[in-house]
Design a protein around this ligand. Structure first.
Ligand code: GZL
Length: 320
């Protein structure tokens, strides 16, 4: 349904623009978008990049794409370069929440509109960006917690939870933790016995899980802020001679194909979706923002959750 709406909206924009010659998708051939991406740290990120690149091509938008290798200074450099190149619109996924006001003010002074995708910034001045397009990470954390609460509803035993946090200071790590803790802390039987960042990568997730296991701390549940860290942790759990999904229940967030496969294989128990396919909506927003059309200041994407049974049904058509 939503896809049809976007197509209709784009068609209308094209028609209107053709008739009046005004801005919007119709002259997107002349539109240049500067995009600063976090990096290539996870399967989610790869799918997000693909969606943005494919959608820019489909919309006839000239894309200048910069990969920041998860470093904020690289994103700030890229944004300044986009300003110097006088792109029409700047979009980026801020690797961390803080430290953006100066460069966003430079874009505003240069009269180049900015769109935030995927992750938010903590700037108090909301005039520094035209809109935010992405997920509600607090809600994702709550969905993960609800799975744990439902799983242990009939037990009075203590439930020891280990947490693999995302990139320190990033909106998804801050908000997913807030959403998860906000629900789980209501029942004292749930105890967070270990919590450390795995920086959203498989390698770091495995390394940190190895350290958790080496501490001999009993762990009943692993909550990982993304699938890639959980997939790395699964390797560590198996190498320790334990059965992931059985000896240690695993819940994570994203919904990438390898995570759904792990669900089907019984190595994970629950996955909360975080939609990376933001490209089509972003390109539609670029046309509108360039044309000076009003857009909502926050656009939250639709997302679901997966049990093993739902993963079996979803896998064949999974785009990422
Ligand atoms: C969430 C996104 C996160 C994913 C990770 O929108 O920012 O970053 O959950 C990715 O997989 O690295």
């Amino acid at each position: 349904m939503f896809k049809r709406l976007v197509i209709v909206a784009t068609a209308l924009t094209l028609t209107a623009a053709a008739a009046t010659g005004c801005g919007g998708a119709a002259d997107s051939g002349g539109t240049t978008l500067g995009f600063s991406q976090v990096g290539a740290e996870s399967g989610w990120r790869t799918a997000n990049t693909q969606s943005i690149q494919d959608s820019a091509k489909a919309a006839g938008i000239n894309l200048k794409f910069a990969d920041a290798q998860q470093k904020q200074e690289n994103q700030i450099k890229a944004i300044r370069s986009f300003i110097q190149q006088r792109v029409d619109v700047i979009a980026f996924s801020p690797v961390v929440e803080s430290g953006w006001d100066t460069v966003l003010k430079e874009a505003k002074d240069a009269k180049i509109p900015v769109i935030l995708t995927d992750r938010a910034v903590d700037s108090k001045d909301t005039t520094l960006y035209a809109t935010f397009l992405g997920s509600d990470f607090v809600e994702e954390g709550k969905k993960a917690a609800q799975y744990v609460i439902d799983t242990y509803r009939s037990s009075n035993e203590t439930v020891n939870i280990a947490e693999l946090q995302g990139t320190t200071g990033s909106a998804p790590a801050i908000d997913r933790k807030e959403g998860f803790l906000g629900l789980i802390s209501a029942d004292p039987k749930f105890k967070i016995v270990a919590s450390q960042t795995g920086d959203f990568t498989r390698a770091k997730g495995k390394e940190v899980m190895q350290a958790f296991l080496a501490s001999r701390q009993k762990i009943d549940v692993l909550f990982a802020h993304n699938d890639d860290m959980a997939l790395g942790a699964i390797q560590a759990i198996e190498e320790a001679g334990l059965a992931p999904g059985k000896d240690i229940k695993i819940v994570s967030i994203d919904g990438v194909r390898d995570a759904l496969k792990a669900l089907v294989d019984g190595k994970k128990n629950f996955v909360v979706e975080c939609n990376p396919l933001l490209g089509p909506q972003l390109m539609d927003l670029v046309g509108k923002v360039k044309a000076g059309q009003p857009v909502p200041h926050r656009i939250v994407t639709e997302e679901t959750t997966f049990t093993p049974e739902q993963a079996v049904a979803a896998l064949p058509g999974r785009q990422y």
